[in-house]
Design a protein around this ligand. Sequence first.
Ligand SMILES: *Cc1c(COP(=O)(O)O)cnc(C)c1O
Length: 355
Amino acid sequence: MRPARALIDLDALRHNFQIARQRHGGRILAVVKANAYGHGAVACARALSGDADGYAVAFLDEAHALRESGIDGPILLLEGVFDAAELLEAAHYGFWPVVHHPAQIEMIVKTDLPAPIRVWLKVNSGMNRAGFLPCDTHRAWRQLMASGKVEECGLMTHFARADEPGCDATAEQIRTFDKATRGLPGARNLANSAAILAWPDARRDWARPGIMLYGADPMPGENNDLIPVMTLESRVIAVHNLAAGEPLGYGARFITEHPTRVGLVAMGYADGYPRSAPNGVPVAVDNKPATLIGRVSMDMLTIDLTDLPEAGVGSVVELWGKQVSVNRIAQAAGTIAYELLCNVKRVSFVWNNGS
Ligand SMILES: *Cc1c(COP(=O)(O)O)cnc(C)c1O
């Protein structure tokens, strides 16, 4: 069998959840959208079922996938519903839609629902992506309550720059949110991972951590005691000795400067390892540091084994995980850990409890 694997450490997931819980103090919706950032939504939701107060996904199908696998507890739909049929389903299954746009209020007003629903009204406090403007918040709230179909309306917002502790945009967003919602009853739900870690003022009744649960710090380089949950690994499947001055791989992006022992690894961009990773990004070979050389291809990549004479065919290569930080690879590849993690595919997934 091809040795490319994603090992998912569910004990690490639970550990990270407890950090979110301790830092925030309130109730926690574990964000498991996008297949739990590539870690397997059902396995992760199940692993957190004794701890999380509920889950958050992007949309209805992701919520169904959890329910059908026996996950109970609240499930927040971060994008809300897209049409009346979805609204009916959300009401039927007791999902909690976010309401971020007037058309969604109209759907609620016009649709006969089997039961009253709980919704979260989203305020645009400055990110300017989704949500009601501060000046429209009270009216939106009144329309929802006047519909007679909403049994509870929570209030939420989302931060654009919570991962920049030195930037006052988040404090400004919190002030804007508080002002826009002053006088309205209902639970508050503000913090993503970065806000849980860096913005105590954002800690309210509920929080919505995602990335920190998976052990990637939203502020790379900080030490928040998070443990990486995913180890992306494979093995060396061939070794070649190249003389100095030889090109390696597509585009001859790497030319050997001296005689070089090259290890071929069964992992490529079709598995989610970024093609944009430059020469020199770290890997760990049998727990020792080595580097990527040459362009990443679809199914394979190449590493420099010159200084690791004991490594050879069969050596285990960690692409990211507990030794090689996914944040480090993301930075080198010009992206963020979120994108790398949720792009992992085609490899075999192994979920373990670390025991
Ligand atoms: C994805 C998402 C989150 C989780 O964000 P992290 O940075 O992964 O903690 C929280 N809230 C909303 C609205 C989201 O879309």
